[in-house]
Ligand binder design. Structure first.
Ligand code: GDP
Ligand code: MG
Length: 372
């Protein structure tokens, strides 16, 4: 066990012991500087300070997101997980058409009905292997998530219409992918069109630093017709090849962590949230903190609307049971105790309200200054 005293923990976290005492007091636990803290309490304190506690070592990290970081996992706990793919590109170059074609043509064998409901993400099966697509094309969603510190995408497909060429949002997409540090596959779309010009796309993308493999670079260019389906299977197989090289992994044998993809308030069901499980396994009945919301996973459904009991890494699921509607890009974590989940959510909510109050009072001071 990693039992530490309040003082020892404070030193490891580079905090004042009084901050920890105060925090625990707010959560209903009285401690002194010499009190010994159990693992659960240490983890709770770490969470509040956005620091990951890993076994006996406490690793200081700047971001809550790091809880999903598999680099800290023991090698033997890691297993391969499906890639999470985002499709980006200029308007009208065929993002939605490509997502629809993939969804319609690559649902798991033996399944009827396909993916009917929209939960912001879906999974398809390619040669027996799963691939997860974020079904929220549009750079805003991507930018918003990144701004919130969420890293959800493993791989970006940039769609470029072969009859149109590189456009401003194509460049933006390249910048996003570079900033996220994820591999890119270029889908040269609308290859069915008589004026399609693949070489031009390869040239223009090379100018943006994405040199095709065929020309000695390391970017894969896949020719597709999203509308008629040509090349789409090959594109999916290419995703598998890239994923194998990248070796995306996670530890399914722990409480789940991940990110909110979408959330809304449903009149009958209350807050309905699509989560992407990124590490660990989420089960129905688990207590979760989602941003500043909390609750138990009362019911969990997959992208086909089927009720499921557990969700492995890279699985998008829709859950109900939260007390409030979280924000896309919020990070979630499951806990073994609902009490803990509630405490953390409440502390975070207080903090968020404080922040908002501070920023709004700052604004009113500005306003005041302007009036003077
Ligand atoms: P988005 O704005 O990137 O989501 O683009 P859409 O998927 O909405 O496609 C824009 C238009 O291009 C639509 O009219 C599509 O039918 C058409 N389109 C998309 N892919 C192809 C394709 O492979 N071939 C042809 N001929 N048209 C396509
Ligand atoms: Mg679209």
């Amino acid at each position: 066990s990693s039992a530490l005293t309040v003082q020892e923990l404070a030193e490891k976290l580079n905090r004042n012991a009084s901050e920890i005492i105060k925090l625990l007091f707010m959560m209903g636990t009285m401690v002194t500087i010499n009190s010994t803290l159990d693992d659960e309490t240490i983890e709770l304190v770490c969470m509040e300070f956005n620091v990951e506690c890993h076994k006996e070592i406490i690793i200081e990290e700047s971001d809550f997101e790091e809880m999903m970081n598999v680099e800290e996992e023991d090698e033997e706990n890691l297993v391969s997980r499906p890639p999470v793919v985002t499709i980006m590109g200029h308007v009208d170059h065929g993002k939605t058409t490509l997502l629809d074609t993939i969804r319609k043509t690559h649902v798991t064998e033996g399944e009827f009905g396909g993916i009917t409901q929209h939960i912001g993400a879906y999974q398809v099966s390619v040669k027996g292997k799963k691939v997860t697509f974020l079904d929220t094309p549009g750079h805003e969603a991507f930018t918003a998530m990144r701004a919130r510190g969420a890293k959800v995408t493993d791989l970006v497909i940039i769609v470029v219409a072969a009859d149109d060429g590189v456009m401003p949002q194509t460049k933006e997409a390249v910048d996003h992918a570079k900033a996220a540090g994820v591999p890119v596959i270029v889908a040269v779309n609308k290859i069915d069109k008589p004026n399609a010009n693949k070489d031009r796309i390869m040239n223009e993308m090379s100018d943006l630093g994405l040199l095709p493999e065929a020309w000695g670079g390391d970017t894969i260019f896949a020719e597709v017709s999203a509308k008629f389906g040509d090349g789409v299977s090959d594109l999916l197989e290419t995703i598998l090849v890239v994923s194998e090289v990248e070796n995306f992994r996670a530890n399914p044998n722990k409480m789940a962590t991940g990110t909110v993809i979408e959330a809304k308030l449903d009149k009958g069901r209350g807050p309905v949230t699509t989560l992407l499980v990124q590490n660990g396994t989420l089960h129905t009945g688990d207590a979760v903190v989602v941003g500043t919301a909390f609750g138990r996973v009362r019911k969990m459904t997959d992208d086909r609307g089927r009720e499921i009991k557990e969700a492995l890494p890279s699985t998008p699921v829709e859950i109900i049971g939260l007390n409030d509607v979280p924000i896309a890009g919020d990070i979630f974590k499951a806990f073994d105790s609902e009490k803990k989940a509630r405490q953390i959510a409440e502390t975070r909510l207080t903090k968020r309200i404080d922040q908002e109050r501070n920023s709004s009072s700052a604004m009113s001071l500005d306003d005041l200054a302007r009036q003077i």
